[in-house]
Write a protein that binds this ligand. Structure first.
Ligand code: GDP
Length: 394
């Protein structure tokens, strides 16, 4: 059996175990390294070859994007990662890095429970860092921080361990200041910290990364990193502390699974009757309940036509179901359901249960933002477009 087939089978197995699922987005200011990091994760999960990670730009599915060098359409991919002796299904939604596409970023946030915010170590938090954080927190999505391009501190800025640490702490402080300014009083404390393990740093270009737990495990210090970067031992650094493992461990450990996330997310994004059966089914991630699917993106497939991507909040979405689409009359029939693997859609014979991200064809009346369901229901709250940062960094 081919490697891809094996990964698909494993994803199918894990789909039924919501406690092992993490739905995440990577969001960043343009050029801070979101695409390069995504490729690292795909390579780490065996989806693309290690050598091509960073060059292949697997998430940039449209030729146009590759030519322009910016990611304009949210692409999605499912991968598996072992953490704590258990395999996890990581559904990653890519988000556009360009500020004009703020609407797409917010839509992507609706489908996920954790946001990995990437910040360039040299540039620090920038206006779009603030925008994506605001979008995440507004949707009830938990942030974690990856400080990228640390190799530049060593090689371009020639910083020593103390200077480097000070700079990294400044970035963390700035990000936390933004987070605290955005949280409502009743929200959790979602500030990030090295000690908690919700911050990692590294180089997506050279494929190494560290976090507090990883440094404890590998024994690699800042001094070692500086020495290895300077001595051109990056390959060894990558092998000893691969970025994908460090980041995916952080994702598995610190982002909530759908069972933990949906009870607090559903009241935030849906204003229907909180005591209804449907509300309970959505909060409980009930895979045998009524089908509720929130469309976050519509893509085009040259063969299959329009593909609706989104989050299944309740029930199991299956081929042949006749589903209501909010704001339209009549029902649409599901033609196929599947998941995304390395930018390609993989149709599945089975249905996709609550807690997962699904790619669905046949929903011809759906648009990004539609609520698709087996019973007539109050649609999800409309997704607000936030494009302009309110405060800019001086
Ligand atoms: P995105 O716009 O956030 O998706 O950023 P990209 O992943 O496309 O990266 C933007 C540029 O930064 C590219 O030229 C990358 O090669 C470069 N880059 C990404 N990560 C690193 C890194 O860790 N170190 C250095 N020096 N350059 C990086």
């Amino acid at each position: 059996m081919g490697r891809r087939k094996k990964i698909v089978q494993e994803c199918e197995r894990l789909m039924d175990k919501p406690e092992n699922i993490r739905n995440i987005a990577i969001a960043a200011h343009v050029d801070h390294g979101k695409t390069t990091l995504s490729d690292n994760l795909l390579a780490g999960a065996g989806m693309i070859s290690d050598e091509t990670a960073g060059q292949q730009l697997a998430m940039d599915t449209e030729e146009d994007e590759q030519e322009r060098g910016i990611t304009i359409d949210a692409a999605n991919v499912s991968m598996t990662h072992e953490w704590n002796d258990k395999n996890h299904l990581i559904n990653l939604i890519d988000t556009p890095g360009h500020v004009d596409f703020g609407g797409d970023v917010t839509r992507a946030m609706r489908a996920v429970d954790g946001a990995l915010v990437v910040v360039d170590a040299v540039e620090g938090a920038m206006p779009q860092t603030e925008t994506v954080l605001r979008q995440a927190l507004r949707e009830g999505v938990k942030p974690a921080l990856f400080i990228n391009k640390v190799d530049r501190l060593i090689n371009e800025l020639q910083e020593g361990p103390e200077e480097m640490q000070r700079r990294l702490l400044d970035v963390i402080d700035d990000v936390n200041e933004l987070i605290r300014g955005m949280l409502e009083e009743e929200d959790y404390d979602w500030s990030v910290s090295v000690e908690d393990g919700t911050v990692a740093f590294g180089s997506a270009l050279y494929k190494w990364g560290v976090s507090m737990p990883s440094m404890e495990e590998t024994g690699i210090s800042f001094g070692d990193i500086i020495e290895m970067e300077r001595n051109d031992e990056r390959q060894e650094l990558h092998e000893r502390t691969p970025l994908s493992d460090v980041v995916l461990d952080m994702v598995a450990e610190h982002f909530p699974n759908p069972l933990q996330a949906q009870p607090s997310r559903v009241p935030r994004i849906w204003r229907g009757d909180a005591e209804s059966d449907l509300a309970h089914q959505m909060r409980d991630v009930e895979d045998e309940g009524d089908v509720v699917f929130m469309v976050t993106d519509i893509g085009m497939d040259p063969h299959a036509g329009e593909i609706a991507t989104g989050r299944v909040f309740s029930g199991t979405i299956k081929k042949g179901q006749e589903l209501f689409v909010s704001g339209t009359a009549g029902k649409n029939r599901v033609q196929s359901v599947g998941i995304f693997m390395g930018g390609e859609r993989e149709e599945l014979d089975r249905g996709v249960p609550a807690g997962n991200i699904a790619a669905v064809t046949g929903l011809r009346d759906a648009i990004a933002g539609s609520t698709v369901s087996s019973v007539e229901m109050t649609p999800f709250e409309s997704i607000e477009h936030i494009s302009e940062p309110v405060i800019t960094k001086s």
